[in-house]
Design a protein around this ligand. Sequence first.
Ligand SMILES: Cc1ncc(COP(=O)(O)O)c(C=O)c1O
Length: 145
Amino acid sequence: MKVAMASLDVQQIRSQFPILHQQVNGKPLIYFDNAATNQKPKRVIDALARYYENDNANIHRGIHTLAERATKAYEATRQAMQAFIHAKHEEEIIFTRGVTESINLVASSYGRAFLQSGDEVIVSGLEHHSNIVPWQMICGSAKQF
Ligand SMILES: Cc1ncc(COP(=O)(O)O)c(C=O)c1O
């Protein structure tokens, strides 16, 4: 079987990340700690700056102009994400602050609804504790279901 691979223009991609336009220890910066913190491309940095300069407000809780704009932008992002991952309903898109909060949410909602006493949750030995502790906690409380 022949698999067509699109070639990646690494230099073009790197050029979109201002933080990579520097040298560390005399070498071009190569950043691998993405699970902890992602670096941001210029267009994301610009969008954040535009948002904080123009629209920053509570979403879904204010009736003033800024809150309406912020809410509209937030919901537009939810719809873009829905299209991007081909989700069936926009309510499937839930924004969290990170991996730990996301897995805690899955463990406590899905886990509480479907795990039963005697079930086993299997995680690999390579997992970060953010994908271990939530399951340990739900398994600990599963005895009470
Ligand atoms: C490998 C790895 N996975 C998961 C996480 C947890 O990510 P978050 O800070 O988004 O909860 C981290 C955080 O450092 C990490 O390094």
